[in-house]
Design a binder for this molecule. Structure first.
Ligand SMILES: Cc1ncc(COP(=O)(O)O)c(C=O)c1O
Length: 388
């Protein structure tokens, strides 16, 4: 027999963290107590009332069937209220919001709904690796744009506008930015909307980090006229410590939402109702919830800054989000080499920057999703490794 996989899978590799976590599991099975400072997977629990709602709703015999493809109305309304309260954006909960199973799946569904083979997609460099792999999976053509630290990791839209953009269909943006922690200015969001309109490009802002160590909540949809050419993604993964629940959403004009629903409704059969009900609770938590989450991250970030200092890295202390992004010293060969050294010699895993774009082999990213004692332990191990 000769059963070959589809050609499209030769255009992607297994996700970096999927491979790396297997390696970490193997090291652990060999007795190495690896501290994983790689992935942005919140370790803190969701709010108690959210867990109560999930348990109570799951106990109801009528809550176990297939659900609506567009989510329960209460969830769409809760997302709309959340956007009004925190982002000053008005969304019609009937047809401008589509609950999704996380923003990662939304990236796939949006790409399936809008991209044809040969369409070009503007991708941030550095950027979340899924934008590139999904672009490749759907047969579109990736075209990266630089996020230069000298420009606060914002794109140079004037320079881009001088290039031939006739084949560009979609542009991924992500502010607050991962991995760089840049917030993105209001002026940038306004320029992006104007850029999308001028060049007939769909601008997709992936916005899961607004609430993490960031005071200024921003949505691209708050820019006048943005709904005509923009989609925004959001998620409860980071803001509500619910990454495993797989709850997110897309928001845009009703027509764009319909295009994505045409794909999505053929792929899944709705989200477990108790999860949706608990998500409604999460979205209506008081703002003190975010303060409490951030109190933890702020304390952790201080230790991660110290780790960066030990490693001789330079970083912006004002960056936001659940990671610290730093430039490695000039005399260190590469982020790969540094990450491997720290993993194999100190049993601490930190993410090498190259996974966000080859040129970022000059940087590393350390996650804040680890409790203080383990962060202290990781710091001590690095200190020992470096003989400091
Ligand atoms: C920039 C960015 N977008 C999307 C996601 C995926 O989030 P979700 O859990 O909502 O799928 C992540 C997760 O790490 C991310 O960093």
């Amino acid at each position: 027999m000769n059963i070959q996989p589809a050609q499209r899978i030769s255009r992607v590799e297994e996700y970096y963290f999927s491979r790396k976590l297997k390696e970490i599991d193997l090291l652990r099975s060999q007795g190495k107590a690896v501290i994983n400072l790689g992935i942005g997977n919140p370790d803190l629990p969701p709010a108690p009332e959210v867990l109560d709602e999930l348990a109570n709703a799951a106990a109801h015999p009528g809550h176990h069937g297939y659900q609506s493809y567009v989510g329960i109305p209460e969830l769409r309304k809760a997302f709309a209220d959340w956007y009004r309260t925190y982002f000053n954006v008005t969304l019609n909960p009937v047809n401008e919001i589509l609950p999704m199973m996380g923003s990662k799946e939304a990236i796939m569904h949006i790409s399936m709904a809008f991209l044809n083979p040969g369409d070009e997609v503007l991708l941030p460099d550095p950027g979340y690796p899924t934008y590139l792999s999904v672009c490749n999976l759907v047969g579109a053509t990736p075209r990266t744009y630089l996020l230069d630290p000298a420009r606060n990791y914002e794109p140079d839209l004037e320079a881009l506008a001088k290039q031939d953009l006739s084949k560009v269909k979609l542009m991924w943006v992500n502010y607050p930015n991962m991995p760089t922690g840049a917030t993105g200015s209001r002026a940038l969001l306004e320029k992006l909307v104007a850029f999308g309109k001028a060049h007939n490009i769909l601008i997709c802002n992936d916005n899961p980090y607004s609430f993490i160590l960031n005071q200024n909540y921003q949505s691209i949809l708050s820019v006048e006229g943005a709904k005509e050419c923009c989609i925004e993604l959001n998620s409860l993964s980071k803001s509500h410590n619910m990454s495993g629940w797989r709850i997110g959403m897309m928001a845009s004009n009703a027509e764009f939402v319909q295009y994505v629903l045409r794909v999505k409704s053929n792929m899944d059969s709705g989200m477990f109702r108790p999860l949706q009900m608990a998500a409604v609770k999460a979205l209506s938590l008081p703002s003190s919830w975010y303060d409490e989450v951030n109190r933890n991250y702020r304390e952790r970030r201080e230790i991660v800054f110290e780790m960066m200092d030990l490693l001789g890295c330079t970083y912006d202390p004002k960056q936001v989000g659940m990671f610290v992004w730093g430039a490695i010293p000039a005399d260190v060969e590469s982020s790969r080499a540094l990450s491997d050294k720290v993993l194999y010699e100190a049993d601490v895993f930190i993410t090498p920057g190259y996974i966000f774009g080859e040129r970022w082999d000059t940087h590393i990213r350390i996650s804040l999703c680890t409790k203080v004692p383990d962060l202290q332990d990781a710091k001590a191990r690095i200190q020992k490794l470096l003989g400091k």
